[in-house]
Design a protein around this ligand. Structure first.
Ligand code: IMP
Length: 179
């Protein structure tokens, strides 16, 4: 684990996040209008705050499930090899599925998860990512909806961690090392 000291500079305020989540929820409601088959799938652990806020803005019948894929393993670089650490509890065959991701970085995680879930025969499979770092992409993939495009910086807060810390910050900030 990285033991260097760091400070966190605010990048996206809690207020800006709340406004964006509300707007995204409206788009999702329109896109899934009339469905009674929606399952919102949060990718653990980084999406837990986002999914909690998002589903509370959705005026639709929704079910919530979670899936955990391995990612950074305490480091600041992506591992590329994605493993499923915790699978869904429910079946998604014939259902409308919205996968909720915190950040699309290289794209390996989302790509792996979407391939896995599409093999289970959902009626519809869409994705929403709170953050997107397009300059870091190694797999050609884009979420259906994106909250904010951000530069190539390591971010924390609003559910997103650095070595398991800072998930509880209400805003999103960038990590800046001071030594
Ligand atoms: P990808 O497979 O490279 O797209 O990585 C996706 C996952 O890496 C995200 O779901 C995050 O958990 C993690 N990640 C990517 N960028 C950051 C970051 O800036 N801060 C913390 N975690 C990140």
């Amino acid at each position: 684990m990285d033991k260097r000291s760091y400070v966190i500079d605010e990048l996206i305020s809690a207020k800006a996040i709340a406004a964006r989540v509300e707007a995204l929820a409206k788009e999702i409601e329109e896109a899934f209008h009339g469905t009674d088959k929606l399952i919102v799938v949060g990718l653990l652990r980084g999406s837990f705050v986002f999914i909690a806020d998002l589903v509370r803005e959705l005026d639709l019948p929704v079910e919530v499930d979670f899936l955990e894929a391995s990612s950074y393993g305490g480091e600041m670089v992506s591992s590329r090899e994605v493993r499923i650490l915790k699978d869904l509890r429910g079946e998604i065959g014939g259902r409308d599925v919205l996968v909720v991701e915190d950040i699309v970085d290289t794209g390996f995680t989302l790509n792996h998860v979407l391939r896995l879930l599409s093999s289970r025969g959902p009626r519809r499979l869409e994705t929403i990512a709170l953050l997107d770092k397009p300059s870091r992409r190694e797999v050609d993939i884009k979420a259906t909806w994106t909250g904010f495009e951000i530069p190539d910086a390591f971010v924390v807060g609003y559910g997103i961690d650095f070595a398991q810390r800072n998930r509880n910050l209400p805003y999103i900030g960038t990590v800046r090392f001071t030594e």
